[in-house]
Design a protein around this ligand. Structure first.
Ligand code: SF4
Length: 483
C-alpha cells in the first residue's frame, strides 16, 4: 500500500512540475487511469491495460470529447485539493521516517557486515567533517555551484582522473558547452576533441547520449529523481548521489574510492574467520551495500552535498591510501584505525591485474605541406575506438624483435603505405589501462593514391589541437619533432 501511494505521489509531482502534454512518466498506471477517466487523450494505437478495459461508456465518451489540453489542466482536475493534501501528507510521512532512520533515531535493519555507530557518534563525525571542510576545501572551478549540469560534467571528468588534470579541461568544456542543450546539439567529434587527452573516451560518448536524453525526455531540465538520474547513460550510484546531494540537497550517499577508504578506516569491520562476506570489495572491508547504508546514515540533513564532498576531500587530502596524515585528521578522536600500523592496508586492496606489455607500430606520412596523415580508427577497435590516429598496429609483445614484416604487409594492404626506413624515428612509452605500450614511430610514404574519404585527414597544427585524438599521437609527433 505504502509503495503504491509513494509511486502515485511521485507521479503527481512530476505532472504538476512539468505541465507538459507528455509527462515524463507517461505510460504509467496513473496516465492510463487518467485516460479512462477522460482527463487525458488516448494516444493513437495505444491499447488500454486489461484492468481498465471495463471502463464505462461515459468514460469513453469523455475520451472522445476531451480533445487535447495541457497536462497541467488535466492534473488540476484530477488532483483536487483533498487528494493533493492526502498525497503530500503521505510523502511527508515517508520522508520523515527516512530522515529519522538517517539520524539514527530508528535503527535500520542490520546488513551482513554492517557497523552501526550510535546517533551521537555519527552526529559528532558529521559536525567535525563539515567544520573541517569549511576551512580546508580546495578551490576548484566547480566548487560552490549548485548547477546540476556543471556538477555532472565535473563528476564524470574526475572519474579515474586527478582533479588538477581535470580543472583546465572542465573550464574549456564549460566555455564551449555552457548548457545541456549546447552539449546535446554538439557533434560527438567536437566533444571528443575537447576530451582529447583525458582518456576513457567512452565517458564522453555517454555524456553526449545522456545530454540528448535530458533534452528529449526532460525538456533540458536535469532529472532530480534518483531513478531517472540513474537511468542516464554513464550515471551510476556514485554520480547520481553526488549530483542529487550537491545540486538538489537530497540525502543521497555518494561513495567513491575516497569515501570508501575513509569509512572503512573510521569503522573497520573484522570478517569472522572462514566467512566470505556477501559482496565485499575486499576482505575485511564493508560490503558496498553496508557502505552505502553507513554513508546514508552519516549524511547531513542540512548540508548533504557538503558532507559528501567533505568525505571525498578528506580521502583525497588527509586519509590517503598510503601514509594517511592521522595527526591532521578532524576525525582522529573517533577513528578506530587511527595510529594503527596496519591503517594503510584498510581497506585491503584487490590484487591488481597484471600489466600486459604491448607493441605499437605507427607510421608518419607527411603531405607536401608537412601535415601528418591521420586515419579515423574503427568505432569497434579494441584500442582508441573512433579516434583519429596515425596509421598503426597494436600487437601483444612476443619476443624482443619488433614484428616489422607483419607491419609492412598490413600497411601495404590497408592503405598502400610503405616504410622508408626500418629504424624508428621515435619511441615512447604509453599506458592504456593495464596495458603498458612501447610505441615506435617509423617514417613512411604513400606508394599509391590513398582513398580520400571521411576517415582520412591531413590536419594542420591548429586542427590537430581540436581533433579527437589520443595523447599517444601527440606524444609520438612531439618526439618526432624534437629529433
Ligand atoms: S584518523 Fe587517520 S585513518 Fe582515521 S580517518 Fe583520519 S586519516 Fe583516516
Amino acid at each position: 500500500m505504502s509503495v503504491t501511494v509513494k509511486v502515485h505521489a511521485k507521479q503527481t509531482i512530476v505532472f504538476l512540475a512539468y505541465g507538459q502534454r507528455r509527462a515524463p512518466l507517461a505510460g504509467s498506471r496513473l496516465r492510463d487511469s487518467a485516460v479512462v477517466r477522460g482527463f487525458l487523450p488516448r494516444s493513437p494505437g495505444r491499447a488500454l491495460p486489461r484492468t481498465h478495459q471495463g471502463a464505462s461508456s461515459t468514460s469513453r465518451c469523455n475520451l472522445r470529447a476531451t480533445g487535447s489540453q495541457p497536462t497541467s489542466m488535466y492534473a488540476a482536475r484530477f488532483f483536487d485539493a483533498p487528494r493533493l493534501f492526502f498525497f503530500f501528507g503521505v510523502v511527508r510521512l515517508v520522508s520523515m521516517s527516512v530522515e529519522m532512520k538517517g539520524m539514527g533515531l530508528v535503527p535500520p535493519g542490520a546488513l551482513p557486515g554492517e557497523v552501526t555507530p550510535s546517533a551521537a557518534t555519527l552526529a559528532s563525525v558529521r559536525q567535525a567533517l563539515l567544520d573541517w571542510y569549511s576551512t580546508a576545501k580546495r578551490d576548484l572551478p566547480w566548487r560552490g555551484s549548485d548547477d546540476p549540469y556543471k556538477i555532472w560534467i565535473s563528476e564524470v571528468m574526475a572519474q579515474q582522473t586527478r582533479v588538477d588534470v581535470v580543472a583546465p579541461y572542465y573550464e574549456r568544456f564549460l566555455a564551449r558547452f555552457p548548457t545541456v542543450e549546447a552539449l546535446a546539439s554538439a557533434a560527438e567529434d567536437e566533444v571528443l576533441g575537447l576530451w582529447s587527452g583525458l582518456g576513457y573516451y567512452s565517458r564522453a560518448r555517454r555524456l553526449c547520449r545522456a545530454a540528448a536524453m535530458i533534452v528529449e525526455r526532460y525538456g533540458g531540465i536535469f532529472p532530480a529523481f534518483p531513478d531517472a538520474c540513474r537511468s542516464l547513460p554513464g550515471v551510476g550510484d556514485y554520480t547520481a548521489g553526488a549530483i542529487l546531494s550537491i545540486a538538489f540537497g537530497q540525502r543521497e550517499a555518494a561513495v567513491d574510492g575516497n569515501v570508501r577508504r575513509v569509512l572503512s578506516r573510521l569503522f573497520p569491520v573484522a570478517t569472522p574467520p572462514g566467512e566470505v562476506p556477501a559482496e565485499p570489495a575486499t576482505p575485511g572491508s564493508l560490503s558496498r551495500k553496508a557502505l552505502r547504508a553507513l554513508a546514508t546514515r552519516l549524511s547531513s540533513p542540512a548540508r548533504p552535498g557538503d558532507l559528501n564532498q567533505a568525505l571525498m576531500e578528506l580521502g583525497a587530502l588527509v586519509c590517503t591510501p598510503r601514509r594517511p596524515r592521522c595527526e591532521d585528521c578532524p576525525l582522529a578522536s573517533t577513528c578506530q584505525s587511527q595510529g594503527s600500523a596496519a591503517v594503510s592496508g584498510i581497506p585491503a586492496r584487490r590484487p591488481r591485474r597484471a600489466t600486459e606489455p604491448w607493441n605499437h607500430l605507427a607510421v608518419l606520412v607527411r603531405s607536401s605541406q608537412g601535415r601528418p596523415l591521420l586515419i579515423r580508427r574503427d568505432s569497434k577497435a579494441p584500442f582508441l575506438p573512433g579516434l583519429w590516429h596515425l596509421p598503426a598496429l597494436f600487437l601483444p609483445v612476443a619476443g624482443e624483435a619488433l614484428p616489422l614484416d607483419r607491419f609492412r604487409v598490413f600497411l601495404a594492404k590497408r592503405w598502400g603505405i610503405e616504410l622508408t626506413c626500418e629504424s624508428p624515428i621515435a619511441v615512447v612509452r604509453h599506458q592504456i589501462t593495464y596495458r603498458s605500450i612501447r610505441a615506435s614511430l617509423f617514417p613512411g610514404r604513400l606508394a599509391k593514391d590513398l582513398f580520400q574519404g571521411a576517415d582520412v585527414f591531413w590536419p594542420s597544427d591548429a586542427e590537430l589541437r581540436r581533433l579527437a585524438t589520443s595523447s599517444l599521437v601527440t606524444k609520438l609527433l612531439d618526439a618526432a619533432k624534437s629529433l
